[in-house]
Design a protein around this ligand. Structure first.
Ligand SMILES: NC(=O)c1ccc[n+]([C@@H]2O[C@H](COP(=O)([O-])OP(=O)(O)OC[C@H]3O[C@@H](n4cnc5c(N)ncnc54)[C@H](O)[C@@H]3O)[C@@H](O)[C@H]2O)c1
Length: 368
């Protein structure tokens, strides 16, 4: 290994540009050395925007390249499994975007492959890194809210009702809002409250998305644009989740609306994506009030990111790369790992199963 962790990115689209490349750029311990995407015009554009690197349209070349130590996989969901397995089997550390696979079986296979090969693995569950999310977790775990009783999350986006591209076809995406948005909330609910015991779920589709933004006809969407779950955690607490991508009036410059809250026997605490450097806290008999997140929770340990600079709803996302590279350098597990990605996917799959069978589903993922 060179003195820096040499990173290759597979999938040079929106999320790589928004989260991962800025994260690499502020981390002096790593460097971007290669980009892979089938879109050659995009590769050329990214070379100009991200700086010169090797480029390829073939992900196998990234997996086989001895000058790459770690890979970030940010491609459409249906290729996560094959690309992760290729990179892991070649001994690369991998951070893969969520949902890890098209279903729990794929995600669990990815986890076992990385575990058995002894490489670092991470699922890009971004919102765990929001300052107020980290502080709410601290309040729950240090007992300051008393015994946790309820978890609640709402994630609303006001997206155009035109084609969602690969995201609207089951064989490419798996599911819609459920796998794109709600799966993050399933993950952080378990990070806050512990394992989920059982859920019942529902999905719905309101928009056919049968036109592109340019007005061309396309195959209609096959996936949900609204998803919801009611659940019980193993600790006895209840959970309620709701997500939508067609929630009018919640555009908010693209950030949408997000609220997640824990209610304990002594008090309540809430996170908002639109104000992640503050939490809303209330104690028994009092009123919910906005309180700044203490400085030590603004960035993850060691991150060079100035906690109070930049667009607060955006910049915490850069800490994903910091955690991934820290795990590689410190030779420890990354958090959240592929095991967390697989467990969240079990719950998301259970939502689809529950809706289809009109029944509650026990959550008992066997990762093998
Ligand atoms: N963690 C988060 O907060 C977050 C946010 C957005 C997207 N995502 C996830 O990131 C992934 C990518 O989403 P996006 O919004 O960047 O999508 P996107 O469509 O903007 O980008 C995907 C890129 O992958 C490329 N691609 C397609 N097939 C490929 C292949 N076989 N090999 C290499 N590259 C290929 C496409 O050409 C495109 O450039 C998805 O899994 C999505 O769920 C996560």
């Amino acid at each position: 290994m060179s003195d820096k962790v040499r990173i290759g990115i597979i999938g040079a689209g929106a999320v790589s540009d928004y989260h991962h490349v800025p994260g690499i750029n502020i981390d002096p311990r790593c460097e971007l050395v290669a980009i892979c995407d089938p879109n050659e015009a995009l590769l050329e554009q990214r070379q100009k925007e991200w700086g010169p690197t090797k480029t390829t349209t073939d992900y196998e070349k990234i997996a086989a390249d001895p000058d790459i130590d770690a890979v970030i996989i940010a491609t459409p969901n249906f290729v996560h499994r094959e690309q992760t397995l290729a990179c892991v089997n070649a001994g690369k550390h991998v951070m893969c975007e969520k949902p890890l696979g098209l279903n729990f079986q794929e995600s669990a296979e990815m986890y076992r492959a990385a575990r058995d090969k002894g490489v670092r693995h991470m699922t890009a569950f971004t919102y765990r890194f929001a300052p107020s999310m980290r502080y709410v977790r601290h309040l729950v775990q240090s007992g300051q809210l008393g015994v946790p009783r309820h978890f609640r999350s709402q994630r609303f986006l006001d997206w155009p009702e035109t084609s969602w591209g690969w995201r609207q076809y089951k064989h490419l995406a798996g599911a819609g809002d459920l796998f794109d948005m709600t799966i993050h909330r399933i993950d952080f609910s378990m990070d806050l409250m512990g394992p989920i015991k059982a859920i019942t779920g529902a999905i719905a589709q309101f928009s056919p998305r049968d036109k592109t933004a340019d007005g061309e006809s396309c195959e209609p969407s096959e996936v949900d644009d609204w998803s919801s779950l009611i659940g019980q955690f193993e600790n006895g607490a209840t959970g309620v989740w709701e997500g939508s991508t067609v929630m009018k009036g919640h555009h908010n410059n693209g950030f949408g609306y997000e609220w997640a809250e824990v209610n304990g026997s002594e008090g309540s605490a809430a996170y908002q994506l639109t104000d992640p450097n503050n939490v809303i806290i209330g104690k028994h008999g009092g009123t919910m009030e906005k309180v700044p997140v203490p400085d030590e929770f603004l960035v993850i340990e060691g991150s060079p990111r100035p906690g109070n600079e930049g667009v607060a709803s955006t910049v915490f996302r850069y800490d994903l790369v910091w955690e991934f590279v820290s795990a590689i350098v410190e030779e420890r597990d990354a958090l959240p790992g592929f095991d967390h990605g697989a467990r969240a996917q079990f719950v998301a799959d259970a939502c689809l199963e529950s809706f289809e069978n009109k029944a509650w589903v026990d959550i008992n993922p066997d990762l093998g």
